[in-house]
Ligand binder design. Structure first.
Ligand SMILES: CC(C)(COP(=O)(O)OP(=O)(O)OC[C@H]1O[C@@H](n2cnc3c(N)ncnc32)[C@H](O)[C@@H]1OP(=O)(O)O)[C@@H](O)C(=O)NCCC(=O)NCCS
Length: 252
């Protein structure tokens, strides 16, 4: 689709090098409510703010407005497909444990690329990934690994992620816009991750987050969900596993 020109006054920097006057970290609110309650990612997210030399922000120098953010965590990856692991929960937990122990780290894991809604469709998603690669390079990390949350998967919640990631357009490029950005930048697709990010809570909590009732025990699709959730009224638990797919970028 045609892209509006980006202004020349856009700047990217890690938070430790960004001007003092910018809004604090995190600035943008791009996630559906339910997505902020991940039992691992949600619980550990604030730890990222202790790593300002890794977290990036993009702002407009003329207005001071923050247009995008890029969150990452340095991690250990053995370089194999199997070693990529089951998803974002496992990688984030392992990375932070390694940081706490002072263990060696050799890769960077992308956690979230966020473009302000009014700035989307202008190519800033690729800029966010390029910025993550610069951060990896600066820290001497050899790869950028990304458990990608496909941006159109919520349109196909009952399609297994293993099928969805194989879909391509007539021109051969990937069907999903966010996955396409990764591939266009030269990343290779790794395994799909049916159980990447776990969110479990009471039925009432889930109902309030997604503004939908789950009157009986069963499996439900819900607005902006990438996969169905299982609600168990007797146990008063509702459980959701967000699917992702690995992409691996060479940092060079
Ligand atoms: C995913 C996200 C980062 C993409 O940012 P963006 O600025 O819209 O992306 P771009 O402008 O670089 O476009 C990327 C691709 O999506 C396509 N696209 C963007 N908006 C679109 C729209 N409204 N309709 C159709 N395609 C669209 C673009 O055409 C482009 O594909 P193409 O270059 O092959 O044509 C942004 O939507 C976002 O912040 N979403 C919420 C957070 C999120 O899901 N992050 C990713 C997971 S961590």
């Amino acid at each position: 689709m045609p892209q509006e020109p980006r202004t020349l006054s856009l700047r990217w920097a890690t938070r430790d090098q960004a001007p003092d006057g910018l809004p604090g970290i995190p600035t943008l609110q791009v996630w559906p409510e339910y997505n902020t309650h991940g039992e691992t990612v949600g619980a550990l997210w604030d730890r990222l703010f202790d790593l300002p030399d890794y977290q990036s922000v993009c702002w407009d120098e003329e207005t001071g407005a923050v247009l995008a953010e890029a969150f990452v965590v340095p991690c250990w990856w053995d370089g194999t497909e199997a070693g990529l692991g089951p998803g974002i929960d496992a990688t984030m937990r392992d990375a932070l444990e390694r940081i706490d122990r002072g263990d060696e780290l050799n890769s960077l894991c992308a956690l979230s690329a966020e473009v302000a809604p009014e700035s989307r469709g202008r190519g800033m998603a690729a800029d966010a990934l390029q910025q993550m690669k610069r951060v990896a390079h600066r820290h001497g990390l050899g790869a950028l690994i990304a458990p990608v949350r496909p941006s159109w998967k919520d349109r196909y919640p009952i399609t297994p992620i293993e099928h969805y990631v194989t879909w391509r357009r007539a021109d051969g490029t990937l069907f999903d816009p966010w996955m396409r950005v990764h591939e266009r930048l030269g990343a290779s697709m790794g395994p799909p991750l049916p159980r990447s990010l776990h969110i479990t809570a009471t039925v009432a909590e889930w109902e309030s987050w997604v503004d939908l009732q789950f009157p009986a025990t069963g499996t439900y699709t819900f607005p902006r969900g990438l996969a169905p959730l299982d609600a168990d009224r007797q146990a008063d638990r509702a459980e959701y596993w967000e699917p992702n797919v690995w992409f691996v970028h060479d940092v060079g």
